[in-house]
Design a protein around this ligand. Structure first.
Ligand code: ADP
Length: 477
């Protein structure tokens, strides 16, 4: 299209309107020269100056006095068309120009004469045209143009200036240009085709391939790979789309894992509850408080699991708001640690809580408890052998920092960024059926984010982990 437009514009300018342009430009220069001559005509050395102008532009200039006598001889172009007859021939025009010049000082007119017609008398012209139809002067067969200008000279004399400019026959030029034009058009078309092929190879086909892959992705094929060579932008787009496909694939993987995990998590306690209930119903001696306790524990686990799921989905939907009050965080931790007394006595766990002062923070008490619980539970659950958990409360400038330290298996460096994700569990088989829903840390993260608290974890495989969070305190006691 673009090349087509260029060809049309070229054709219009170079071929179709060439003659018009040429004549317009030529008449422009003639008019300019006439104006200049009008200015200098009153000067002493006007003859010399007129000669210069005529030579420079290849014009022929003749100046007549008021009475019609020659003031300058023909100068400039030797192919001059101005004769005595020209003056007489245009006498009416000159007369009317003179009338205007008397009033306004100067007057001029451009005559694009058909010189062939002019030279051959009408009667003869008729014959010529009959005998030699080919010589019929076309509308555009002007050979020269004459510009008549009348100006008031010295002593209010009216001076007539005739400027004659030869018009080079445009038809020959047009022919040359036309041939050239055809060649240019052919070259441009070839270039256009090559360009179109190149663009389609570099842009269109990669986009089509990306489109096809995107459709596959939409159908749920996450293994699809986007391939697109060519421009950097397209490569970047394919990289981004590949990344998006990988991430979507991961989400899909997590979703499947979640369903598997949840069914497993729910099935295990249900099997226990069902099994123990049946045993207690069928075998009278088995109706013991221990067996009942198992049923109660399993029910509690189920309830905790469902609660975790509900909590997280509420937190993630942004439904849960924090109701902040002044909370004595030190007391809260102490109370929670006391709840683990049974565990400490029965299973010889050591839970140390160290602090210097009681600290008050502005927080949602229930949610803050949830955070501490979750972190402590994790520390207890994942440090089975060591059984020593340390909770440290430190004060740093305006913040209180709570660290929960265990000496369990720790978390490998590459796993660290993911543990805060939903349903992420480092060792998926080991403690799976005993503890955790894989939701704890994401609940912790959400709650801490709601409080605009800082949080993090320092952990090294086989050395233990330190989970911490920090909040601005309101006052100390
Ligand atoms: P879970 O309910 O499985 O504990 P969490 O979201 O609380 O889920 O924790 C995510 C994962 O991070 C856990 O499965 C575990 O692999 C790892 N993790 C959390 N706390 C600890 C810890 N104190 N020591 C070692 N690993 C931990």
């Amino acid at each position: 299209m673009f090349i087509g437009i260029i060809i049309i514009v070229l054709w219009l300018f170079q071929v179709f309107f060439l003659e018009n342009f040429y004549v317009a430009i030529k008449s422009g220069t003639v008019k300019k020269a006439a104006n200049k001559i009008n200015e200098i005509i009153r000067e002493e050395d006007y003859q010399e100056k007129i000669n210069k102008i005529a030579e420079k532009n290849e014009f022929c200039v003749v100046v007549y006095s008021d009475t019609g006598s020659l003031l300058t001889s023909q100068t400039g172009d030797p192919r001059c068309q101005i004769t005595r007859q020209t003056y007489q021939h245009n006498a009416t025009i000159i007369r009317s120009l003179k009338k205007t010049a008397i009033r306004s000082g100067k007057a001029s007119k451009l005559i694009e004469e058909d010189t062939l017609k002019q030279r051959i008398p009408p009667a003869l012209l008729h014959n010529v045209m009959k005998d030699y139809p080919m010589t019929t002067p076309s509308k555009k067969s002007n050979e020269s143009m004459t510009y008549i200008s009348v100006v008031k000279g010295q002593d209010a004399q009216l001076i007539t200036i005739l400027i004659n400019a030869q018009l080079t026959p445009v038809s020959a030029t047009v022919e040359t240009i036309q041939t050239q034009f055809i060649m240019i058009a052919a070259i441009l078309i070839v270039i256009a085709i090559l360009l179109a092929l190149l663009l389609s190879k570099r842009i269109a086909s990669p986009i089509m391939s990306i489109n096809a892959s995107a459709k596959q992705l939409a159908k749920g094929d996450y293994d699809v790979r986007f391939i697109g060579d060519g421009y950097t932008e397209i490569k970047e787009l394919t990289d981004t789309l590949n990344y998006a496909a990988r991430e979507l694939g991961k989400v899909e993987g997590l979703r499947r894992e979640l369903i598997a995990n949840m069914s497993h998590d729910i099935r295990t306690p249900l099997t226990m509850i069902g099994g123990f209930s049946e045993v207690m119903r069928d075998i009278p001696g088995e109706n013991t408080p221990e067996n009942l306790q198992i049923i109660i524990d399993e029910t509690r686990r189920l309830r905790d699991l469902v609660n975790d799921m509900l909590d997280l989905s509420k937190l993630q939907a942004g439904e849960q708001r924090v109701h902040c009050i002044d909370v004595n965080i030190t007391k809260e931790i102490e109370t929670i640690v006391h709840r683990y007394d049974r565990l400490r006595n029965e299973k010889q766990y050591r839970i140390d809580f160290t602090y210097t002062k009681e600290v008050f923070v502005h927080a949602d008490r229930i949610k803050l408890d949830q955070v501490i619980y979750n972190l402590m539970n994790n520390a207890i659950n994942y440090s089975k052998e060591d059984r020593h958990i340390r909770i440290e409360q430190t004060i740093e400038e305006k913040l209180v920092k709570i660290s929960i330290v265990d000496h369990g298996p720790g978390i490998a460096k590459e796993e660290l960024p993911y543990i805060w994700d939903r349903y992420y569990m480092v060792d998926k088989t080991h403690v799976r059926s005993i503890v955790g829903s894989g939701l704890g840390l994401s609940i912790v993260k959400k709650i801490l984010e709601l409080h605009h608290a800082g949080y993090g974890v320092k952990s090294e495989a086989n050395k233990g982990s330190t989970f911490w969070f920090s909040l601005p305190y309101t006052h100390l006691k």
